[in-house]
Design a protein around this ligand. Structure first.
Ligand code: GDP
Ligand code: ZN
Length: 303
């Protein structure tokens, strides 16, 4: 590989915005890359090798480096998954402590999405200037997640969060109203405006579905914004796979009597025993059963 290496920041129709160390360029796929099935879909976060333009030409993407991970919206059999972003260091699931009241099941749903894609996940509880959010913070820590309690308003708790973002590629997601925009602007003034401007361009491109956009942070690292991602379903996750997407359930799976235990009504189920004894929180288990039900009753209105 000879050409310069860059990171794909956004896709605008057939062109890709690629950040190199010292600048950003627009690049298109070279024929060979286009034809190669594995590399056909270049996504935000991909590390790509570029060829410099000939006189008056455009930069071309010559090759895509192997991905560390790939966040996909999984869709039903045969439709092909929708790649969203690659090479993520961590997905931060954002919720407010209050106003609006946190919805633990929505937090669980987004964490499951991260787990199913094998991306490290953590939780951010925002608006702690209004309420410490003790219940949701304790719930998620007990489940095994790292929790950052912050206030985008006052900056409280940011001293612990910022070093986690610095130098890393992070995706921030959560229900609207939780304070994602406020938090992004607290992380770096003007960030929402910059992200919005890129999203706007992407929307005017050929793709009607809004895809991910990535913005560099002045302190080093990148934030990935995926508008609408928090509303996606869990389609395509194998029901069998679900229990392993709950970190506190995962270690118990092999202790159930039956290898194909769904942890619902089966006898000698280690998971239900742990719920009964209080080792696993009842409402985390409830999330498991609700999501399992959703995954086993194939949705028709998936899009
Ligand atoms: P988004 O929809 O997730 O992008 O949420 P916004 O950033 O637009 O915030 C929603 C509302 O919550 C706005 O009125 C913000 O001013 C407010 N808000 C966001 N973060 C905080 C916070 O940490 N503390 C308080 N008190 N209000 C906040
Ligand atoms: Zn079981």
């Amino acid at each position: 590989m000879t050409g310069p290496v860059g990171t794909v920041m956004a896709r605008e129709g057939h062109t890709y915005r690629v950040a190199m160390d010292d600048r950003e360029v627009q690049a298109v796929l070279r024929g060979k890359v286009k034809r190669s099935e594995a590399e056909r879909k270049v996504v935000v976060g991909d590390r790509v090798h570029l060829d410099a333009p000939e006189e008056g030409g455009t930069w071309t993407i010559a090759a895509v480096e192997p991905r560390r991970n790939l966040l996909e919206r999984r869709v039903p059999e045969g439709r092909g998954n929708r790649p969203v972003a690659s090479n993520l260091d961590r997905i931060f699931v954002l919720t407010s402590a209050i106003d609006p009241e946190p919805v633990p099941q929505l937090v669980d749903r987004l964490l499951v999405l991260a787990e199913a894609n094998e991306v490290l996940a953590a939780v951010i509880v925002n608006k702690i200037d209004l309420d410490p959010g003790a219940a949701i913070v304790a719930r998620m820590r007990t489940a095994g997640y790292e929790v950052f309690a912050v206030s985008a308003e006052t900056g409280q708790g940011l001293d612990l969060l910022l070093p986690e973002l610095q130098g890393h590629v992070s995706l921030l997601t959560g229900p609207s109203g939780a304070g994602k925009s406020s938090l992004m602007n607290r992380i770096e003034p003007g960030l929402v405006l910059r992200t919005g401007a890129i999203s706007e361009k992407v929307r005017r491109g050929k793709n009607t579905t809004v895809s991910a956009v990535m913005v560099p942070l002045a302190m080093g690292g990148f934030l990935v914004d995926t508008p609408g991602f928090s509303e996606v379903g869990l389609w395509g996750i194998e029901p069998r796979e679900l229990a392993s997407c709950f970190p506190e359930i995962r270690p118990l799976i092999d202790e159930c009597k039956f290898a194909d235990c769904r942890h619902l009504i089966e006898p000698a189920c280690a998971v239900r025993a742990a719920v009964k004894s209080g080792t696993i929180q009842a409402d985390r288990y409830d999330s498991y059963t609700v999501l399992l039900e959703e995954l086993t009753s194939a949705p028709r209105d998936w899009e």
